[in-house]
Design a protein around this ligand. Structure first.
Ligand SMILES: [Zn+2]
Length: 581
């Protein structure tokens, strides 16, 4: 006998075998029992959830020689012909390939003839939303005055594309995604009857991967079964489905919790070496983070996740993070997933996203609000806010640095990109290239934080724009004759170097009593929160009369970028030229 795909072989024979759609099977069974069968149905729902199967069951229920009955026998000639697709009374039309009006015209012609053998002629139109408008109009005519021996079943995955005039003439049934537990139960039944040995967890992975569709689940089981020799194992299934696996993800999250950047990068390298896909890794990571978040909130994990974690493991990892952190992480991981679609260097995109997680997820909170300030170093401190632009600029700068480093073979200049805390530099020299390239983020020491507070105090009063700039930076290093200032963007570095250097160096001299040279570097700025904010009054918000400041985020993007280039070169702020000028 020819091989038959599992999903066809295991198509439900009656309403009682329909998995996960009890609301549909109950209502349809009642309609048949009470003789109140409608003449048109609309079955809406995701793919693989049983719409076509239900349509066939309904056709059998109506035409079974022992019916009409909600439990067709599947033995009589009528049932068997419908099962094999050779019934003269059941017409399956795939609207995806027959979009034309001709098919529907033919249908209108044949509809009026009595059924060949059974009681009803059943028209099943699959993916009905694909019909053209003309075809819909032709169909509408038939739906308005259907002969009593005709039942239409329209199936669609996109019900919103079916015209309201059609919908209003149908009884609508919404098919739900099937739960993981229901799919797993069905897979077990099928595997048992096939004599296939399996690890239960393997079937669960398939059930999760199928995303609520039974047809996909059976298709995957079919392929996994073909691969497995003696027993379908978790490992085989993971490999076949391209899954990363829970153990790896847990290890990654643990390294993130320990702020262990080099371990995180090591794990990414390991993953790529094993030929796994980065998008899959990010989506499993997001799912796991969600599980941790749900566990924190509700004490259990959602079933959509690939892992079947013990509560202890979830509890242990969930305790390492706050809910806010987990939400920030998920947002960042989703951001990286979106970036991957057009990233020329996916690995760098993923690594920089993960390094952000290592630093604690969200952008550290600089004193002047961290949400997307770009240039506010102008005379009035006018906020030229462009949401996300600062973060984007930082990421771009970071990626450019990393690219340059990778190209130049890196280790030598690693320190220039992200100055490391004292001691770690020597230690990393013997380590892998990667570790040297991706040095730890520049963390401001307590000393640096104290010096920054003093500097801000000293600058306050005579140089407010300089204050706003320095607030965004972090003091990364201090010595007798120099101070290293980490600036979050090239633009801020440029402003500090070209415009405020003199004021800052003078202030440093007043603080330390000796000349101090200011060195600026672009670096990921991580300020320590331990130092209290210097007691400075907030910079007053600009008013339209006094500054004429321009909010560049309201300007078209091309203009924004040109203005920012100008600001990069000349510094200063943006104001509207006044009439008198
Ligand atoms: Zn029958």
């Amino acid at each position: 006998m020819a091989y038959m795909a599992l999903y066809r072989k295991w198509r439900p024979g009656g309403f009682d075998e329909l998995v996960g759609q009890e609301h549909v099977s109950r209502t349809l069974s009642n309609a048949i029992n009470t003789g109140r069968v409608g003449h048109a149905y609309l079955f809406a729902g995701p793919r693989g959830t049983g719409k076509t199967s239900t349509a066939k069951i309904l056709a059998k229920a109506l035409n079974c020689e022992h019916g009409p009955t909600p439990n067709p026998c599947n033995q009589c000639e009528a049932c068997q012909k419908i099962n094999s697709g050779t019934s003269m009374d059941v017409f399956e039309i795939d609207a995806a390939s027959n979009r034309g009006i001709d098919e529907i015209r033919d249908l209108r012609e044949t509809v009026k003839f009595a059924p060949a053998a059974g009681r009803y002629k059943v028209y099943i139109i699959d993916e009905v939303h694909m019909l053209t408008m003309e075809a819909f109009n032709a169909l509408l005519k038939t739906l308005e005055e259907p002969p009593s021996h005709v039942v239409f079943i329209l199936a669609t995955t996109e019900a919103h594309k079916v015209p309201a005039t059609i919908q209003s003439r149908c009884q609508r049934y919404d098919f739900k995604r099937i739960t993981v537990a229901d799919i797993q139960g069905r897979l077990q039944l099928v595997a048992d009857s096939m004599g296939l040995a399996y690890e239960e967890e393997a079937l669960r992975l398939i059930a999760v991967k199928a995303e609520g569709g039974m047809r996909d689940a059976l298709g995957l089981l079919d392929q996994c079964a073909a691969l497995s020799r003696e027993k379908l194992t978790v490992e085989q299934t993971q490999n076949f489905l391209g899954l990363i696996g829970r153990a790896w993800i847990e290890g990654l999250v643990e390294a993130v919790g320990r702020h262990d950047a080099s371990q995180v990068l090591h794990k990414v390298a390991e993953l790529l070496q094993a030929g796994k896909e980065l998008p899959q890794m990010l989506s499993e990571l997001a799912m796991y983070l969600r599980s941790l978040l749900v566990f924190k909130a509700a004490g259990s994990s959602g079933e959509i996740d690939y892992g079947s974690d013990t509560r202890e493991m979830l509890a242990k990892q969930a305790a390492a993070f706050t809910s806010q952190q987990l939400m920030d992480y998920i947002r960042r991981v989703h951001g990286a997933l979106a970036e991957l679609k057009w990233s020329p260097q996916p690995r760098i995109t993923v690594e920089s996203a993960l390094l952000e997680l290592v630093q604690g997820g969200s952008t550290p909170q600089p004193s002047v609000g961290d949400r997307g300030m770009t240039v506010d170093c102008g005379g009035t401190g006018a906020g030229l806010a462009a949401p996300g632009a600062e973060r984007l600029a930082r990421l771009e700068a970071r990626i450019a640095q990393l690219t340059a480093l990778v190209q130049s073979g890196g280790a030598a200049s690693a320190a220039a990109v992200a100055p490391m805390p004292a001691g770690s530099k020597a230690e990393s020299q013997g380590a892998s290239e990667e570790r040297a390239v991706f040095a730890a983020p520049a963390v401001q020491s307590a000393d640096g934080s104290a010096m920054q507070a003093k500097l801000l105090q000293e600058l306050h009063g005579d140089a407010e724009p300089a204050v706003a700039c320095v607030k965004k930076c972090a003091v990364l290093g201090l010595s007798e004759g120099q101070l290293i200032l980490g600036c979050p963007t090239d633009m801020i570095k440029g402003l500090v170097e070209r415009i405020y250097r003199k004021k800052i160096e003078e202030a440093l001299q007043r603080i330390t009593g000796r000349p101090v040279r200011l060195l600026c570097r672009v670096a990921e700025v991580v300020q320590t929160a331990s130092e209290p904010e210097p007691d400075l009054p907030d910079i007053p918000p600009p008013t339209d009369e006094d500054s004429g400041a321009v909010n560049i985020s309201e300007l078209p993007p091309q203009v924004q970028s040109r203005l920012q280039q100008a600001a990069d070169v000349f510094g200063g702020d943006f104001i509207e030229p006044s009439e008198e000028d």
